[in-house]
Design a protein around this ligand. Sequence first.
Ligand SMILES: [Zn+2]
Length: 406
Amino acid sequence: MKRRPTSKVTPERARVYNTRLVLKTIYERGEISRADIARSTRLARPTVSDVVADLMAEGLIEELGYGPSTGGKRPLLLALATGSRQLIGLNLARERFSGALIDLRGEIAHRVDLPLDGRNGNVALDFVYSAVDALIAASNRPLLGIGVGAPGLVDAASGVMRQAVNLNWRDVPLRDLLQERYSLPVLIANDCQVAALAEYTFGDNIAGVRDLIVINVGWGVGAGIIHDGHLLYGNPLGAGEIGHVVIDKGGERCPCGNTGCLETLVSTHAILRRARSLARQDPDSLLHQFSSHPEAMAFDTVCQAFNSGDPGVRCEIEEVGHSLGAAAANLVGAFGSCRILIAGPVSCFGQFLLDAIREEMAERCFPSLATETEIGFVSLGSDIVLLGASALLLHNELGLFAAPLG
Ligand SMILES: [Zn+2]
């Protein structure tokens, strides 16, 4: 009988594994003694002491002092040295690039914001460098690396931006370009995917959750899927690209080339376009009163008219909810009952939007799966993509969560 090849556990591999396990335990527990780490990880006490000594030498953890006694000697507590490293997070959004220096717990220390004003191609690439240059100049701690969330089709394993329509980028090897220029670890993923990773890493009420879907509804629309504790990238790319699934075959033309994609129905751009049309049609509407020049209407005006009870806007948002509900039903069909959270400016439509999503989803999937699926909003605000980009580094460079790339 042929022996199957086995991956040998070398002492070096065991040490990396143990180090990541101890660091993860300290990260999750907040404050913990060496004895409790040994109990929790089932590692031998001397092993824990060795690993803790290494992590302290690297400055990643620190001793907090003695905690209260639970019967015997008072335990010496350890904690993550939250400010010992800085992470660079970048959000290459459609109209503006933003970036931030972020600590190991997701606190933002410094930001940059670069409006693109229609620039694309190599000029937009120079804007990425400008953002990183400014953040490196502002950093005052060792940098763990650069994490990037970008719209479009991103091959996370190879770090290549396959297609970003608004930036006019095709097959741009952004990871290698940044790595060569800055000699730092660089990780890149789709912006909706990293939004899910952000909520999974830094969000509220997430303890014990292993399956989570975040539907990002902004200028673009897409989902990020955490399945059994792992972020799904697609193989090699495209997991969660629900924005370009056609919902209405005879609908509006989409920049992707198809007509009636989900994005043409529910994106903030689509909502705004229809709100402008409503305002023009009905000069007596609240929408028109709040916006004397419908062509210059901002998304906030739509939220204001909605909250003031404009019937045309409410009807519009109900339709948006039903389209998102159809998409949610398909996701539940593929991944089973789970927690589905909506991110983006549409959160201003509150429970009304969630009820419309739930109603449509319940009519389109197995009833008990719909009942067991939670629909809500993410707990993180407009920095969700920046935080998710930095979370890529926590996952891959420090092994704090289970989401390996490639
Ligand atoms: Zn499309």
